[in-house]
Design a protein around this ligand. Structure first.
Ligand SMILES: Nc1ncnc2c1ncn2[C@@H]1O[C@H](COP(=O)(O)OP(=O)(O)OP(=O)(O)O)[C@@H](O)[C@H]1O
Ligand SMILES: O=c1[nH]c(=O)c2[nH+]cn([C@@H]3O[C@H](COP(=O)(O)O)[C@@H](O)[C@H]3O)c2[nH]1
Ligand SMILES: NC(=O)CC[C@H](N)C(=O)O
Ligand SMILES: [Mg+2]
Length: 542
């Protein structure tokens, strides 16, 4: 991943960029998303980022919320150099408190915590220093906002004025009288603050004067140029391509950039969906003209997974590491085959479809102690791998990738495919992965997805699958007692896969799916529906 750091023409060097410094709030990434929706480019970095190490200058900086209290020992603090950058600052919740703390250590625990809706009373300063009213410009006085905090400012920091209050928060908004520094106690990035985007726009466009010129087509052109420079005239790239939307879009970009010096490889790890390898081969070759090799490594993967029962992280590590071993072997084969020909050359690069949320998770300032699961393509990589990574989508969110896929002419079916994790069905079979368990999970999954498509619900649902539980239950089939396994269905709605809610199917639909699975899948006698949201559940079972 580090490789991309030194590349030419990175988006933050050509687009006016708002830097979000993350103090660990659940909503930090939403700030970045809202700004990009306004066509203002934004990137997020951990709050501990040393500003002198940045190779670019942001147009403005937003300090996010966070779970800590600024006055606590060990609480994270921003690099004080942020106050010498000479760019506008906006502190949100913890960020507001951080700005206040820097200006006089005047934050303490409130008597009352405040969660939920509040109405802002905006204080205008007509005739005061020009910038003070800009943040709330065009917003009504009784603005609905969403709060989530326990700490408060004890008094106004020197040189600041109040720009908003609520009955509960006398310093719901503050602004510096001379510099464009603002702090707000509420969260403008969440949908519960209906006019929050307008406020962020006021900050980014009016105050920071960022141009609203971030678009997908500009991104594509730049990315192609960047890839060409990076790879050089002769370099060859091997691509990890799964048939999922991320790697397909990445592969299409790569192909546009370097043509047949790009070699896509799909690894059949034995835990793909029913007939997946064949379907993907056909779609990518026929419809997209991508040169794809399918490597059947199913026995190798299943052999390594044998006996791994109670440790989901081990499954993930085994799969992540073996993926890389297979890619390295394939890269060598391709280089050997090409040796002597005009395009001969070592393969130095491995393309992956990594997205921004994967990166955000791995850069969180909380570090590895907060790891919930290791995504095979980030934390699961082989330590001594010698291929360098190239990840053209590492700055994008899923919906941006879908938009990009549509622009690149990728068929709609593929663009809207539900995500499927690299470790595949292995993390949906709770307990040991054996060929028979894979068969059961695969067949049940296929029925579930078929029925979802037949009912016209596929696009409404963000991700759906069948998981296989490692328990047996008693049932009666054809008057005979059976003692068989249980399938758990999972279907969720989400926009960013970081939080999710289970899908409210109607009873008739669930009846149909359950009847088909029990009748058609040998080894299953019961079907249950998972009604856990994320959090506290995760989307996958392991
Ligand atoms: N079976 C596979 N063969 C080759 N590469 C894979 C395979 N599974 C996953 N990968 C690689 O791991 C990356 C991350 O997987 P991930 O599932 O997040 O993305 P995706 O499969 O491209 O898209 P989606 O999220 O829609 O499934 C992929 O972009 C791809 O580079
Ligand atoms: O490529 C992947 N490799 C992985 O190791 C992995 N683990 C989870 N996921 C996908 O990430 C999203 C969130 O899943 P969780 O709520 O289970 O963390 C969901 O879309 C999951 O399918 C993965 N994708
Ligand atoms: N959401 C936040 O940023 C909370 C900030 C701080 N922990 C508080 O409780 O006030
Ligand atoms: Mg996938």
């Amino acid at each position: 991943m580090a490789t991309n750091g030194e590349l030419p023409i990175e988006p933050h060097k050509t687009f006016d960029t708002i830097l979000v410094l993350d103090f660990g709030s659940q909503y930090s990434h939403l700030i970045t998303r809202r700004l990009r929706e306004l066509n203002v480019y934004s990137e997020m970095l951990p709050c501990t980022q040393k500003l002198s190490e940045l190779s670019w200058k942001p147009r403005g900086v937003i300090l996010s919320g966070g779970p800590y209290s600024v006055y606590e020992e060990g609480a994270p603090h921003v690099d004080p150099a942020v106050f010498d950058l000479n760019v506008p600052l906006l502190g949100i919740c913890y960020g507001l408190q951080e700005i206040a703390w820097h200006h006089g250590k005047n934050v303490l625990a409130g008597e009352k915590r405040e969660y939920g809706h509040a109405y802002l009373d905006i204080q205008r300063h007509n005739g005061g220093a020009g910038h003070i009213d800009e943040l709330f410009k065009g917003l009504e006085d009784n603005l609905e906002v969403w709060m989530s905090h326990g700490d408060k400012l004890s008094h106004l920091p020197e040189s600041f004025v109040t720009i908003a209050t609520t009955p509960n928060a006398p310093f719901a908004g503050i602004a510096h009288t001379e510099k464009p520094y603002y702090g707000i106690q509420f969260h403008p990035e969440v949908t519960h603050t209906p006019k929050g985007t307008q406020l962020l726009k006021n900050f980014a466009v009016k105050i920071c004067k960022a141009e609203q010129n971030w678009t997908m087509s500009k991104f594509v052109d730049q990315e192609i140029t960047r890839i060409r420079k990076l790879v050089g005239d002769k370099g060859q790239v091997i691509g990890a391509v799964s048939g999922g939307v991320d790697s397909t879009v990445a592969a299409k970009l790569m192909q546009e950039a370097i043509g047949d010096r790009f070699h896509a490889v799909l690894v059949d790890n034995g835990v793909l969906r029913l007939n997946e390898a064949q379907i993907v081969k056909e779609t990518l070759t026929k419809h997209l003209g991508i040169n794809l090799t399918v490597v059947d490594a199913s026995e190798r993967f299943l052999g390594l997974l044998k006996g791994v029962k109670d440790d989901p992280e081990r499954k993930r590590k085994i799969i992540g590491n073996t993926f890389i071993e297979v890619f390295q072997e394939e890269a060598k084969k391709i280089a050997d085959t090409a040796a002597g020909s005009a395009k001969a050359g070592e393969i130095e690069w491995l393309l992956q479809g990594t997205l921004y949320p994967d990166v955000i998770e791995s850069i969180s300032f909380k570090g590895p102690s907060a790891t919930i699961k290791t995504h095979h393509n980030v934390g699961g990589l082989l330590e001594n791998m010698h291929l360098k990574l190239i990840e053209p989508l590492r700055e994008l969110f899923k919906d941006e990738v879908r938009e990009l896929g549509t622009q690149l002419g990728i068929p709609e079916d593929l663009v809207w495919r539900h995500p499927f994790p690299g470790p595949g069905i292995a993390i949906r079979i709770l307990g040991e992965v054996t060929p028979d368990q894979v068969r059961i999970a695969r067949e049940a999954d296929n029925i579930f997805i078929e029925e979802i498509k037949a009912a016209g619900l596929y696009r409404d649902i963000s991700q759906a699958f069948a998981a296989l539980l490692p328990v047996k239950a008693v049932g009666v089939m054809g008057d005979k007692r059976v003692h068989d396994q249980v399938i758990a269905l999972r279907a969720v709605q989400t926009t960013d896969f970081m939080t999710a809610d289970w899908y409210p199917f109607d009873g008739q639909f669930l009846k149909r799916v359950s009847r088909r699975i029990v009748n058609e899948v040998k080894g299953v006698c019961r079907v249950v529906y998972d009604i856990t949201s994320k959090p506290p559940g995760t989307i996958e079972m392991e």
